[in-house]
Design a binder for this molecule. Structure first.
Ligand code: SAH
Length: 310
């Protein structure tokens, strides 16, 4: 591990100001500036499909002989900007040791999920026991198995497999596959094939690598896209008995109106997650509108997952 330290500078501002603040920071910060969403946001989407809300703009000042000078320049730049449009004071936080990947790997342990699965970081040996290992190296993609929304999906999927009359030949469609974790679990639980799509090419790459890690590449098809591409038959499969979408409420509501429910076969099941408890009714109403009825609702912390059938 390196012992480099950084002074993180951050401000929470509204969407309109974020670009201007980022521009000021970027003038002094050679390693770039990030604009992050502060929450899994409750509001509707903007035109690009992004959730809207306050944003956190942050950058990292290297701790070296120029630290104080850089910090003063940033404060001055922000002060000028603040005269045009009021800004909160920047927050400064010292950050030691920057080998994020290693630090993260050290804190990532096997996670038992449901009754039959265990999520394993790719670099660990499977522990002894009966649980089916799902090996995941998430790379940059979402879906390490640590998030409640993923765990809720996996637990509901497990139940689906227990109750399914016939697992043989079962197909899966996974909208927003991220690391591929849901499809890989479904394949390990006995599905014949899965199609995973994501609008983020990094996710598709991560899914492909994880498919190899788990020895199920030939059964896991992948593509860049979403509901409409799957519906149009672009990837061959356009209906499945088990369909997952673990994305945020506003996106789920939109995808339902674009025909997400059409991807489920008559005897199939749609598992939706990524829903904050207080937003669940929005998704439930959309399900009803699409003639899908709720068969199960599971909660974990602030999150809800829904299972629906035709
Ligand atoms: N399925 C994984 C990842 C969920 S994160 C899991 O359960 O852990 C949500 C994923 O959906 C992200 O990878 C994101 O890129 C993708 N996504 C967001 N909006 C989407 C859309 N409209 N269509 C398809 N994928 C989308």
């Amino acid at each position: 591990m390196t012992d480099k330290s950084w002074l993180e500078v951050s401000l929470i501002v509204n969407g309109e100001l974020a670009e201007a603040v980022a521009e000021v920071l970027a003038r002094y910060l050679p390693d770039g500036v990030a604009i992050e969403s502060t929450a899994v946001v409750a509001g509707p989407e903007d035109e690009n499909g992004q959730a809207v809300g306050p944003l956190r703009v942050c950058g990292y000042i290297p701790v070296d002989d120029h630290l104080e000078e850089t910090r003063q320049r940033i404060e001055k730049g922000l002060w000028y900007l603040g005269r045009i449009s009021p800004l909160p004071n920047p927050e400064f936080t010292m950050i030691h040791e920057i080998n994020w990947m290693e630090a993260w790997k050290q804190h990532y342990h096997p996670i038992p999920v449901g009754k039959r699965l265990i999520i394993l970081p790719a670099w660990l040996k499977p522990p002894k026991g009966r649980r089916i290992p799902i090996r995941i190296d998430p790379g940059m993609a979402f879906g390490t198995g640590t998030h409640p929304t993923t765990q809720l999906c996996l637990a509901l999927a497990e139940e689906f497999f227990i109750s399914a009359e016939e697992v043989h030949g079962l197909k899966v469609i996974d909208i927003g596959c991220g690391s591929g974790i849901l499809s890989i679990a479904a394949l390990k639980l006995g599905a014949e094939m899965a199609l995973g799509v994501d609008i983020d090419p990094e996710a598709v790459n991560a899914s492909r690598e994880n498919a190899e890690l788990n020895g199920i590449s030939t059964q896991f098809k992948l593509g860049i896209g979403s509901v409409s591409e799957v519906r149009s038959g672009e990837f061959g499969l356009n209906q499945a008995q088990l369909v997952f979408a673990n994305i945020l409420t506003p996106v789920l509501v939109r995808l339902l109106s674009e025909g997400l429910g059409e991807l489920v076969t008559q005897d199939g099941c749609l598992i939706l997650s990524g829903i904050l408890a207080e937003q669940s009714s929005q998704v439930e109403i959309s399900l009803e509108t699409q003639m899908l009825h709720l068969v199960e609702k599971r909660k974990m912390g602030d999150w809800v997952a829904l299972a629906a059938r035709k």
